[in-house]
Design a protein around this ligand. Structure first.
Ligand code: GLC
Length: 584
């Protein structure tokens, strides 16, 4: 049964179906998705719940939210499988197909699980990595036909959809272990040649080495010193904080986040990105290749992919950091940065028809506070494709803004994450979703979802990528289609009240992904070809599908990975506030 056939109550929307935040809350099926963010964590029996005073009073103040689960609950993915209820009973085989045992008691709420779900859980569990007997992560890919390179490692960013899948399935233990393990690794001294990296840097990936003779496990980690290009993963620390919040929110277990070690780990990450420097912007200055796009792709400077994650991680950390031991001072620094960052992003990164028209008519060489074209962007640098790409309805955060340089490319993670973190205003969130609808062929095509759009070609590809043969046009990071991104798209759809878009995307995935062996990425303008160098059985392609399915099945899961708009964050800044300049 799909959500569209369910009838659930709506909440105080105006006649246009918008709530006070401006989201199109109530959908065609009459269900207010924005209410999902208010749902309480579901208690997990294996974890003793010790909620902080704040959390208790907050949830107790909330009037009882609608019990969505009873009507949406259909088949828990674990119930599709034999012997897979707990991580300890990890069976990688025996996946029964057909009617799952004990799952369909009331035909009214029953639904036929897609056969891919069972296969996906099988494959996800096969990818589990154990350290001294405990599951601590999932391996990046299990492709028996390809040289593993570093795909046999647990990548922090890759583990996020796996972690969410386990949380949604009521199996938080592995997520807790993973968070603890990554924290231990953060404490290592990190060196590249003679240079030591910042204390807070989290690893891009780690690997468990098993010595069968001594029967012992050891770990190695990569902080960028082994990675192609030798770039530290700026996104790892942010994902770690985001997953920590998801864990805390879904289990109600605050003991992990409240522990001294975790508080310290978060503080170290924040110290790295909130440090004072030469910055004139609140955005975070980055090297190329420091996120999911981990090769040279011209995203150095202030890439949207990092700014959105930075914003989300700051907001998550704000809820998790305790005020004691310097936490209060950190709260203030976070609040200031959040205000400045949201203003900057909403003002300067936002692109829609109006904004493009403004830039097109920009004057250059303006000086002083009166400048409209603050970054001195030369209108001739606007690429031709943008004029065709931007519909009258719809908008997005562009790839990068720095002096005289606007990267107009569209990036998936930055835009979806802007919706989930409420970096985008409700109007901007709706416009991002409008763009998906208006430019479906370009952004989704035959396989969701393009990591970036459009591809760099010819001379530009040569200059920007350094002639990278892996990132040729419409391949890999250069306009390739990555099934893992389905979970983010689905979450953004649910948050903005447009689950039908997610359903459309999931249908596309279900036509091919499992048959093709769960590839890492697809190539081509429409994403029709299995990627040139794509690994098969790529874990985050598998987990991303499961997370998308579970969220659509039970939209209350969205609360783990989504934040409501913080009304306090509205900056009161106007141009005149930076005026007059200091005079002596
Ligand atoms: C590639 C991707 C990176 C991912 C890794 C493991 O390097 O670019 O984002 O984390 O593979 O899947």
């Amino acid at each position: 049964m799909s959500i569209s056939s369910l009838s659930l109550e709506t909440h105080g929307n105006d006649s246009h179906g918008k709530n006070a935040d401006g989201y199109r809350g109530a959908t065609d099926n009459g269900f207010d998705f924005t209410k999902l963010l208010e749902l309480k964590p579901r208690p997990h029996p294996t974890i003793e719940t010790q909620r902080s005073l704040d959390e208790r009073s907050f949830s107790e103040l909330l009037s009882s939210p609608p019990r969505l689960r009873s009507s949406l609950e259909t088949v828990k993915s674990s119930e599709c499988l034999d012997g897979m209820v707990t991580p300890s009973s990890r069976s990688a085989t025996n996946t029964p197909r057909g009617t799952p045992r004990g799952s369909i008691s009331t035909p009214r709420h029953s639904f036929e699980p897609h056969p891919m779900i069972g296969d996906a859980w099988d494959a996800l569990r096969r990818s589990l990595v154990y350290f001294r007997g405990k599951p601590v992560g999932t391996i990046a890919a299990m492709d028996p036909t390809e040289d593993s390179l570093n795909y046999n490692q647990v990548f922090v960013r890759d583990f996020v959809p796996s972690g969410l899948a386990f949380l949604m399935n009521g199996e938080p233990e592995i997520v807790r272990n993973f968070l603890n393990k990554a924290l231990r690794l953060q404490a290592w001294e990190k060196r590249i040649d003679c240079f030591t990296l910042g204390e807070g840097v989290m690893p891009a990936s780690f690997k468990v080495l098993h010595d069968p003779v001594r029967n012992s496990d050891t770990m190695i980690a990569d902080f960028g010193e082994s990675a192609i290009g030798r770039v530290a993963p700026v996104d790892s620390g942010f994902w770690w904080i985001i997953l920590l919040r998801a864990y805390t929110k879904s289990t109600g277990d605050h003991t992990l986040a409240d522990s001294h070690e975790v508080q310290r780990g978060m503080t170290l990450i924040l110290n790295l990105c909130l440090a004072d420097g030469f910055d004139t912007f609140p955005t975070l200055l980055c090297a190329d290749g420091c996120a999911m796009i981990d090769r040279r792709m011209g995203i150095y400077g202030y890439p949207i992919e990092i700014q959105s994650l930075f914003f989300m991680a700051l907001r998550c950390a704000r809820t998790l950091l305790k005020p004691e031991n310097g936490g209060k001072e950190l709260h203030e620094r976070i609040d200031k940065r959040l205000t400045a960052l949201s203003f900057h992003m909403r003002e300067y990164f936002w692109m829609d028809h109006n904004q493009l028209n403004n830039i097109y008519r920009f004057k250059t060489e303006e000086y002083s506070h009166t400048a409209v074209n603050k970054f001195n962007v030369i209108p001739d640098s606007i690429p031709d494709w943008v004029f065709d790409f931007l519909p009258m309805k719809g908008g997005y955060f562009i790839g990068n803004v720095s002096p005289a340089r606007m990267d107009f490319r569209w990036f998936a993670i930055g835009n979806c994450c802007a919706i989930l973190s409420a970096l985008a205003t409700p109007e901007q969130s709706s416009a991002i979703m409008d763009l998906f609808e208006e430019r479906w062929q370009e952004l989704v095509g035959d396989m969701p979802l393009k990591v970036s759009y459009p591809a760099l070609e010819g001379h530009e590809w040569r200059i920007v990528t350094g002639c990278d043969p892996k990132n040729t046009r419409w391949s890999y990071h250069n306009g390739g289609s990555w099934p893992v991104l389905l979970w983010m798209l689905t979450a953004a759809c649910i948050k903005t009240g447009r689950p039908q878009i997610a359903r459309r995307a999931i249908e596309l995935v279900e036509q091919r992904l499992a048959k093709d062996g769960w590839p890492e990425y697809y190539d081509g303008k429409l994403g029709r070809y299995i990627g040139k160098q794509a690994r098969k059985y790529q874990t985050w392609s598998i987990a991303g599908y499961l997370v998308a399915k579970m969220m659509l099945e039970d939209p209350s899961h969205l609360g783990m990975i989504s934040l409501e708009e913080d009304k306090k964050m509205k900056p009161s800044l106007t141009r005149s506030m930076s005026w007059p300049p200091h005079r002596f």
